[in-house]
Ligand binder design. Sequence first.
Ligand code: GUN
Length: 285
Amino acid sequence: MAEIVSGKVVSAKVREKIKGDVASFYKKHGRAPGLAVIMVGNNPASAVYVRNKHKACLEVGITSYEITFDENISEEELLAKIRELNADSSVDGILVQLPLPKHISEERVIETISSVKDVDAFHPENVGKIMIGNYTFLPCTPAGVIELLEHYNVQVEGKKCVIIGRSNIVGKPMAHLLLERNGTVTVCHSRTRELREIAKEADILVVAIGRANFVTADMVKPGAVVIDVGINRLSDGKLAGDVDFSSVEPVASLITPVPGGVGPMTITMLLKNTLSAAKMHENNR
Ligand code: GUN
């Protein structure tokens, strides 16, 4: 039987520390760190994420600016708003909730956000820095996974790490972070041959493929650490991860549930990035 990771417990612990650090920041600089979250349109899933981000900011003392645009806003209007926030010294972090409507280029939007306010770490400059290992911000989800591994004393060095999924948001940066910790990293994706066999060699298996219950017990080495980044909505309305939890849990040594595993860590890492940005901005004034 595996130990079940509590993203809630780890998240609460990290948020408590951030709250203390935000209070010290306020004492020292006479202002709170500020995060601007922009949402375009009314995608219901995005609305839930944005609301949760806002609430989390308030809980730790970060000032949150919620900016909502109609989905017909032009790309130029959105870029103008981003430029205004880039120049606003009360705003330390800028996050544009994705996905965006089809007529707006996500690439242009991301590149317009100042790299020193890019708390998602999606800007090409920040992505490049992660590759070199000399970064300011880490993308929230992979950073949350690392924080969980550290909390549960999972050693990465020398381990076979297999990542299923190669997205820019999770799979690719995850590979760099595990490599930086001296793991031996394999990235699998939809075209990988013998994916099941490769997965079964993993000491640490990170799954971010976006397919409900994709990883089954026969793909997991006994005693492996299994990290499930997936959140899939099933037809009955229930949430499921990318890992078939009930079959894999007896095989693994440590496993993250969905919900309550990686999910709670993501917003926590956003708070951490916003605080780091604020400190950096004050140091550079
Ligand atoms: N949409 C889903 N996840 C994310 C995220 O981490 N950042 C942003 N900006 N949009 C998202």
